[in-house]
Design a protein around this ligand. Sequence first.
Ligand code: SAH
Length: 332
Amino acid sequence: MLLEELVEYFGSIGERRFRAEQVFRWLHGGARAFGEMTNLPSALRENLETEFQISAPALAKKQESRLDGTIKYLWGVQGGAVESVVMEYGHGNTVCISTQVGCRMGCAFCASAIGGLVRNLAASEMLDQVWHSQLDSGKRLSNVVLMGIGEPLDNYENVLRFLRLVTHPLGMNIGARHITVSTCGLVEKIDKLADCDIQFTLTASLHAPDDETRSRLMPINRDGGVDGLLDACARYFARTGRRVSYEYAMIDGVNDTDRHAGLLAGKLRGSGSHVNLIPLSDVPERPLRGSGPERVSVFCELLREKGVNCTVRRSLGRDITASCGQLRRREL
Ligand code: SAH
């Protein structure tokens, strides 16, 4: 519940605002039962105990990378399982969380798409992933990325509710600027997001500069194509002053040729946008393979020469099937 909703509830049972704030602080500080909330009168604690439930995900599996300390969690939730990943970066620890059980976007390279969408996660289930990843790993998490299983903008209302909760000053208080939402490109929702008052970072999974290649990889491209997505991102920047960055998973022989680099530079030149390149992680069920390191750096150089900002991302957790949906897939 949002703080305002708690305030309303407490008002309805004749309690004052500060009680709602106390409960909010406890919940976001990791209380697992109302009985722990020692500054509440015991009658109120008992009442809350019967009216509400504090959820917690069941840890189904945990894997730690020996290469780089990356930790992957598989959480059992109603209807299946979702993954979260904790990664260590110079700028702090980041947790990558899931937003749906499964996904209905159908991207050809993605393990999460296999089996389709089961259901949307509630905001509390996204918060649980952040909170329990921090609790279990013992690492203070300063950054959150919505790049796990699912399409965040396909679960728009719950994702926004989650963002309001995780950034709340009385809660985990994670700075909005330390949160990244990744989308495969739901154009209408990007336009809707432009009116949202939270300052998080938006990134779009582009993966190809031309409709022929992108439609092959991502069915969503049939709604408006590459230009439709880039236009929406430009409108988003114009409205919010925040630039959208692009993810580009490099796939051997599919989207990684010099011709693709040229087309991409042609589309992005002058936009000030940043491209993150990462070789595709192999998904056994998929026939596509990641580009070699040599190809990735040549592609990056070509983009830079043509005036496009570009970074090659390190692949973390290679030894623990850490990419989107892989662990869940294997466990299924
Ligand atoms: N649905 C959202 C967020 C989840 S996926 C989106 O599409 O952006 C997070 C990122 O991982 C996306 O850029 C997605 O395209 C990418 N991805 C999916 N499968 C991958 C794989 N096998 N290798 C590398 N990146 C992958």
